[in-house]
Write a protein that binds this ligand. Structure first.
Ligand code: 4AD
Ligand code: MG
Length: 478
């Protein structure tokens, strides 16, 4: 059988073809709309019902899996060039209409919340089919970019003993009997008796291990799952998300910014060029959704305009200090106030501030750099002012932070002191310090949250709708 995406590009022909897929609808006992996941578009299969047994026709219902053979003829219907004139149809798997009615497979509009409750079925809707095809294409583009540019793909461990971000937001990994764990002399759980003979957790970032490999392979990237037990129940946070982390020896902060900008533009351009049908569908979906909203809440840009906003603009590079000055003197909206007011230098930005800078002030993607050392991780390169570090965040419209990265502290003594001040165990991270003893050099990298990228490119509103099975507080079904 042939994928429907290819069939739809063919010319009418007397040659018989076979397709397989799931029935989206069967109208007037005559028109089957069939989809096989290869494209957002259905192929119309026209049945002369006089020629088929009633038993077969009865089982061609929404959700059923069928195989159809016939010739491709020019379509009389709108929006399609060809359709299949059916000569043979076989029902491979039935779907009882009474039961389908109770699921999101039933042909009516279901809310995204409802679809989330039936995450095992939602990929059969147009919206999720489009999102998941884009997700797959984008991940291919990520690999293509790095492989073309001489980077090596590195697989960092999922189970680790370290907290790369030093933020303590980790899921513990243990093989101990939680009801009856072994205790030490002080009555605490004795992890020496655990599987790894120490405390371990799921990784929050592969960066530290990636740094070790960049110090031998030069240019590496990771692309794998990361886990954070932060209790942020927002539309931009997941407890399990995929992160892409390039790390490059000899790159400084400016090189790091260039890499981030070039990389992001490449993958978004790839989507624009290779996912036209799905993007068009998602764009129209947003336009429809907007019609039911008050004018003030509608999107200012269409999806296409938003993608071009990133691809066609230079990312504006602004220091944290400059940004704070702008934010202190800005009136963001009619209320003329941010929800969280920046009082002074040193405060961390919220996504409302990040979005204001991008959407209202600079009107282009922004890279903020040189953040206060106190609000960033221990490994970032301290500047000569001894107050700021060579950190960078890339800020996007509608999202806020999409990338976080930095030039790394390469000086042994400075790093050691910083770890001490921030209470990070030198014993645990002796191997990380070793890098600064044996041929240390300037190096930089960043992390891009893959779901934030998919969220941006698809125009979806909630990060839980761009990953097959989202993990968030209170939710690990499926
Ligand atoms: O800014 P973060 O915490 O940086 C790091 O983890 C560094 N080790 C990266 C590096 O320099 N190699 O996270 C990087 C990105 C964020 O900008 C965001 O896009 C995404 O990861 N991210 C999340 N995405 C979804 N859910 C969460 N809970 C996320 N936390 C971070
Ligand atoms: Mg960050």
């Amino acid at each position: 059988h042939i994928d429907i995406v290819h069939v739809l590009k063919q010319e009418p022909s007397l040659h018989e073809i076979t397709v397989r897929g799931w029935v989206r609808s069967f109208r007037s006992n005559r028109f089957i709309a069939l989809n096989d996941g290869s494209t957002i578009n259905n192929i119309q299969c026209v049945v002369d019902f006089e020629n088929f047994e009633e038993e077969t026709l009865k089982n061609i219902t929404t959700g059923a899996a069928i195989e159809v053979s016939g010739v491709l003829v020019e379509s009389q219907g709108q929006g399609q060039n060809v359709e299949i004139q059916v000569s043979k149809v076989e029902v491979l798997g039935i779907a009882d209409p009474e039961e389908v009615k109770l699921t999101i497979l039933s042909p009516k509009r279901h809310s995204l919340e409802k679809l989330r409750e039936q995450a095992h079925l939602r990929v059969r809707t147009n919206t999720f089919g489009a999102v998941m095809r884009l997700r797959s294409k984008l991940s291919f583009a990520v690999h293509e970019y790095f492989q073309k540019n001489g980077f090596y793909y590195m697989h960092t461990p999922i189970i680790t003993g370290s907290d790369a971000e030093g933020a303590g937001e980790m899921f513990k990994v243990s093989a101990l009997d939680t009801k009856n764990p072994p205790l030490d002399d002080h009555g605490n759980v004795n992890y020496k008796e655990d599987f790894f003979e120490k405390e371990t957790n799921l990784t929050v970032s592969g960066q530290l291990e990636a740094e070790t490999y960049a110090m031998g392979l030069g240019k590496v990237y990771t692309f794998g799952p990361t886990f954070r037990a932060e209790n942020s129940n927002t539309s931009r946070h997941l407890a399990e998300f995929w992160m892409i982390e390039p790390e490059v020896a000899f790159n400084n902060l400016a090189d790091n910014m260039d890499l981030a900008e070039d990389f992001i533009k490449y993958v978004i351009k790839y989507a624009i060029e290779n996912c036209q049908d799905d993007l068009e569908f998602l764009e129209n979906r947003l336009i429809q959704e907007d019609k039911s909203k008050p004018v003030a809440e509608r999107q200012e840009m269409t999806l296409r305009e938003k993608l071009h906003f990133v691809v066609d603009n230079n990312f504006k590079r602004v220091s944290y200090t400059e940004a704070i000055d702008i934010l202190k003197n800005s009136k963001p909206n009619k209320k003329k106030k941010f929800n969280y007011i920046i009082e002074e230098w040193g405060a961390d930005l919220q996504s409302e501030h990040e979005r204001f800078l991008v959407e209202k002030h600079f009107k282009c993607p922004v890279i903020l750099f040189d953040y206060p050392a106190t609000i960033k991780a221990f490994y970032m390169r301290l500047n000569e002012d001894e107050k700021t570090v060579r950190a960078m965040d890339v800020l996007f419209p509608g999202i806020g932070e999409i990338v976080g990265g930095s030039q790394r502290e390469e000086r042994y003594d400075v790093l050691k002191k910083k770890m001490k001040d921030m209470d990070i165990s030198e014993e645990e991270l002796y191997w990380y310090l070793d890098l600064r003893k044996f041929g240390t050099c300037t190096h930089s990298g960043f992390g891009l949250g893959f779901e934030r990228l998919v969220l941006f490119v698809t125009g979806m509103g909630n990060i839980r709708d761009v990953i097959p099975y989202p993990r968030s507080p209170g939710n690990a079904e499926f």
